[in-house]
Design a protein around this ligand. Structure first.
Ligand code: DGP
Length: 114
């Protein structure tokens, strides 16, 4: 089910263009419009879930993470390494309220994050 006005639901529906790199198993991965690393992909469930706080199905979260791992392999960053991030709500830096993982790679990551 899509949520009215949700940007990522519109990407799933093809109403907003995006560079899709992988689709299947109720998941979609596409390039972030504002990349923070040489590889910066977003991995989302195709049905609308607003945030991690709203994700009631642990299997969905497991599939999302496994999908991101496969995307990292296909993007060629698995061996050197990568980071997955899920920003949640305002203090977590979430700006798009459709559950998503950021997959960042292609450069060394620093810690702590800002
Ligand atoms: P977050 O701040 O964690 O909610 O991340 C939202 C990300 O979504 C942010 O890195 C920018 C990206 N983004 C926002 N709008 C669009 C869009 O229309 N297309 C694509 N590809 N990415 C978008």
């Amino acid at each position: 089910m899509s949520a009215a006005g949700c940007i990522f639901c519109k990407i799933v529906a093809g109403e907003i263009p995006a560079t899709v790199v992988r689709r299947g198993d109720g998941m979609l991965a596409f390039k972030d419009v504002n990349p923070q690393a040489p590889t910066h992909l977003l991995v989302i469930p195709t049905h609308h879930v607003a945030s991690l706080n709203d994700a009631k199905d642990p299997q969905l979260l497991g599939r999302l993470l496994g999908f991101a791992r496969d995307v990292a392999r296909d993007a060629g960053v698995a061996e050197r390494g990568y980071r997955v991030v899920m920003n949640t709500n305002p203090d977590g830096g979430q700006t798009v309220f459709h559950l998503h993982l950021h997959l960042l790679g292609g450069r060394p990551m620093t810690w702590p994050p800002g």
